[in-house]
Write a protein that binds this ligand. Structure first.
Ligand code: PLP
Length: 347
């Protein structure tokens, strides 16, 4: 399953969905019904699992749109069964159990009874069973506990003669660090876009070598000027130059999704060099120090994420500067930033 929620992690859902259909993903994972509709707009008929819960007033639409729901409770299942019966349709559902994430899913202890009861409801077929890691990138003991709980449940269900078409547990971090829970389906998101989940657990070297970010993020230089020592910059005039400097104004700001909180530490790439941000980032623009890049001129390419010359700013690096995680960096890139697709040699 490829997880394409949040506009395919900021990469553009329709384009990514098209590519994934061509490359043969088996199932799409989405957060909600609007995302499912975007996929349907690209190509009808592809299996889609909604990873989020379906609200009562969305159930009819989920059934009509043929989106597989995630069920955590009997009341959700009853509701689906009732509406499906009225619509003369059959719902294909995945049941989720909670092994430590605490978000969706039935408690493991209640799962056998729940599955038994759901399987007796009319107009519902159970196609899958799954659970979700809470911190596979950082917490080996917790992951082991989660994995064991899920495995015990599977054994119990197997002993009771129950089987599932799909059993799944691994997200990106799970795929990297918990090979024992691969079962017959996995749900990577971040890794598909070429970004490593950040955490203290070390990914296998082969993955590090072969994973390449799909996306780079660029803006341009709009103005270059020299400023005298003691010049104050940007809102609040929080920055004062300690010497004569060359500074460049850029065409991106927090309104483009560049994290305001990154300003203290973040660098951008101009002319192959890392240039620090000066003062507050504003909605549409920011100011950077280009004293070391003498050739800087209006129109120059600025790399916010990606490679330029010998340097590479990863989403993980920008996340560190902004005190957040790479997923938030990618999904925050605003709608107004044009996505440009460059085929197999992207970025
Ligand atoms: C978002 C999500 C995923 C994908 O997670 P990544 O860490 O991006 O691989 C998988 N499963 C569920 C239930 C999710 O919500």
């Amino acid at each position: 399953m490829t997880v394409v929620k949040a506009d395919a992690y900021g990469h553009g859902l329709r384009q990514i969905a098209t590519l994934l259909m061509q490359s043969g993903t088996d199932i799409f994972g989405v957060a909600n019904l609007n995302e499912a509709r975007d996929i349907r707009a690209v190509g009808r008929g592809w299996p889609i699992l909604m990873l989020g819960a379906c609200l009562p007033d969305e159930i009819e639409r989920a059934i009509k749109d043929n989106v597989m729901p995630t069920l955590s409770s009997m009341s959700e299942a009853r509701h689906f069964s009732r509406v499906a019966k009225r619509l003369k349709r059959t719902v294909t559902a995945h049941i989720k159990v909670d092994t430590g994430m605490g978000r969706l899913g039935a408690p493991c202890s209640e799962a056998p009874q729940l599955i038994e009861s759901i399987s007796n409801l009319p107009n519902i077929t159970i196609a899958g069973l799954y659970t979700h890691y809470a911190s596979a990138e950082s917490d080996a003991p917790l992951s082991r506990t989660q994995r064991t709980s899920f495995l015990q449940l599977l054994n119990k269900l197997k002993a009771a003669g129950r089987s599932f078409e799909y059993i799944h547990m691994n997200n990106s971090a799970g795929l990297l660090h918990e090979r024992k829970s691969n079962h017959n389906l996995a749900r990577p998101g971040l890794l598909v876009y070429g970004v490593m989940p950040t955490g203290p657990r070390r990914p296998p070297a082969i993955m590090k070598r072969h994973i390449r970010p799909a996306l780079s993020w660029k803006c341009r230089v709009s103005l270059v000027k020299s400023i005298a020592k003691g010049t104050k910059l940007s809102y609040g005039q929080t920055y004062t130059s300690k010497r004569t400097m060359r500074v460049a104004t850029l065409t991106a700001g927090y309104g483009d999704g560049y994290h305001y909180s990154a300003q203290r530490e973040a660098r951008v790439l101009i002319g192959g060099r890392l240039c620090p941000i000066l003062g507050h980032i504003t909605m549409d623009q920011m100011i950077v120090d280009v004293s070391r890049v003498k050739t800087t001129k209006t129109g120059d390419e600025v790399v916010l994420i990606g490679k330029q010359g010998k340097h590479n700013i990863t989403a993980n690096q920008l996340a560190k500067w902004a005190n957040t995680i790479p997923c938030e960096i990618l999904t925050a890139i605003a709608y107004r930033v044009p996505r440009v697709y460059r085929g197999g040699q992207a970025a």
